[in-house]
Design a protein around this ligand. Structure first.
Ligand code: HEC
Ligand code: HEC
Length: 202
């Protein structure tokens, strides 16, 4: 019995190692494939366009998942459809590895008073309306927990605001109902404030 259990455990460890190796991606290969991303996501994934996300320093697994979701239609974005159509799973892993390794040039936090209000929600949630503390999944400094929970620190606040609004209105539903349930309980002014706060996190 014991021996059988340890053989099974070893088997699943090997499977996990294989999945890990597959998920690692090749950053050098990704760099070559990232040329077409520059126009919209900036050099090294540091977008300076407020509505376009910064990809630098984002978790590789999260990036690969989003690319797959754009391709399958689970996440809808007209500007990304043409980009993802020719990408293979390996391309997506390589692009994820490349952008994850790029140093982030964070968007500047702009409005301190607004950010201060966002900080309370980010760190403590809103007990009255049942909004969970963002910190518990995205980390105290917003660096996320790879591969599942994305980095939110230093992100363009306009992009972040749009995501929270699209989760709230269920136009973005590729989150296994985690963010849609949270955003549903958030007011538009909370969304604005927390987006500003996260942009200023380092
Ligand atoms: C024509 C402009 C354009 C090009 C080219 C483009 N993107 Fe995008 N991308 C966007 C926009 C706009 C969004 C934001 C969509 C939204 O608001 O939901 C986005 C979102 C993303 C996201 C989701 C990020 C997040 O934080 O959830 C990833 C990942 C991404 N793009 C990767 C890429 C990669 C990799 C390439 C190159 C192979 C690329 N994009 C090329 C416009 C573009
Ligand atoms: C229980 C865990 C959890 C909590 C709590 C949580 N999130 Fe998330 N969040 C996620 C997951 C998982 C995703 C990625 C969904 C996906 O795969 O597309 C995400 C995605 C996001 C995104 C999209 C990032 C991008 O680059 O597009 C934003 C913005 C975000 N969360 C903000 C928040 C805010 C603000 C709060 C607090 C009010 C919060 N989250 C609380 C789990 C959580």
């Amino acid at each position: 019995m014991i021996r059988k259990a340890s053989v099974l455990a070893l088997g699943s460890l090997l499977l996990m190692a294989a999945a890990g190796a597959q998920a690692a991606g090749n950053a050098a290969a990704g760099k070559a494939k990232a040329q077409i991303c520059v126009g919209c996501h900036g050099v090294g994934g540091n977008s300076t366009i407020p509505s376009n996300p910064i990809l630098a320093g984002q978790s590789a697994g999260y990036i690969a998942k989003q690319l797959a979701d754009f391709k399958s239609g689970a996440r809808k974005e007209p500007q990304m459809i043409g980009v993802v159509a020719p990408l293979s799973e390996t391309d997506m892993q390589d692009l994820g590895a490349y952008f994850a390794a790029q140093p982030i040039k964070p968007a500047p936090g702009r409005d301190e008073a607004l950010a201060k209000r966002g900080e309370r929600l980010y760190r403590g949630g809103n007990a009255k309306t049942g909004v969970s503390a963002c910190m518990s999944c995205h980390g105290p400094a917003g660096h996320g927990i790879p591969p599942r929970f994305p980095r939110v620190s230093g992100q363009q606040p306009e992009y972040t605001r749009k995501q929270l609004l699209t989760f709230k209105s269920e136009k973005r539903t590729n989150d296994d109902e985690v963010m849609t349930r949270i955003a549903f309980r958030m007011s538009e002014s909370e969304i604005k404030a927390v987006s500003e706060y996260m942009a200023g996190l380092r």
